[in-house]
Ligand binder design. Structure first.
Ligand SMILES: [Mg+2]
Length: 226
């Protein structure tokens, strides 16, 4: 067994069964793709432009100021006074969503759509070989960039979907993290949950997420690949 470390890559030799693609700052990246003036700028996406709107996405430049999804607009503007505020255009995000699925499927079939910017692919046969799986992951990144030059994704490879999801969340933006069957996963302290003042809000948010995920799973689940 060997290990290879780099800022963007962590590999242990072996096989993997699942590949999860998670687009980074998806709505904001689509807007930056469509409006070149917004590229490289701190932007947030709001559902409706009102004084007290909630930010449903933030570009990586905005995240550098500590702005996160769920911030209200006045707080975001205090954190970053030169923030660009963009009203959401869901129809376009859905269009890009379908283009991204096509891009991924040029490399490997999408087994389930987990959300508008998250996709799970089951690996079979030689795809499970770690070298091949890594090649597929980089091919997906290249194909997604043909859809939009501003689009970046984090990819997780692992023996099961949960670990692949956790792996994908560990390197953002534009990461690739691999957990192999024998890997001792380098977990540090658990990642912070969204910070709510009231712990009960945390629990409610988690329950709501689980319910949404379960609904989507039923809606999109395809038969497993042979
Ligand atoms: Mg995402």
């Amino acid at each position: 067994m060997f290990a290879l470390y780099s800022p963007k890559l962590f590999i242990m030799a072996g096989t993997v069964n699942w590949l999860i693609v998670d687009l980074n700052s998806y709505f904001a990246s689509v807007e930056q793709e469509l409006v070149p003036e917004l590229r490289g700028q701190a932007i947030v996406i709001v559902p409706i432009e009102t004084d007290n709107a909630c930010c449903i996405a933030a570009s990586y430049q905005a995240k550098a100021y500590g702005i996160k999804t769920g911030f209200n607009l006045p707080d975001a503007k205090i954190a970053c006074p030169h923030l660009f505020v963009v009203q959401a255009r869901p129809r376009l995000y859905v269009e890009y969503h379908h283009k991204i699925i096509e891009a991924i499927e040029r490399c490997v079939p999408v087994q389930s759509v987990m959300s508008c910017d998250e996709f799970a692919c089951q690996l079979i046969g030689k795809e499970r070989n770690l070298v091949r799986a890594t090649e597929i992951a980089y091919a997906i990144k290249r194909e997604i960039r043909t859809v939009g030059t501003t689009l970046r994704c984090s990819i997780g490879l692992a023996p099961n979907r949960l670990l692949a999801k956790i792996a994908g969340d560990m390197q953002k933006p534009d990461g690739l993290m691999i957990f192999e069957q024998r890997t001792r996963i380098p977990f540090g302290p658990p990642p912070p949950l969204e910070e709510f003042d009231d712990p009960a809000d945390n629990e409610r948010a988690i329950r709501a997420r689980v319910r949404r995920a379960e609904g989507r799973r039923e809606q999109y689940r395809k038969p497993k690949r042979a």
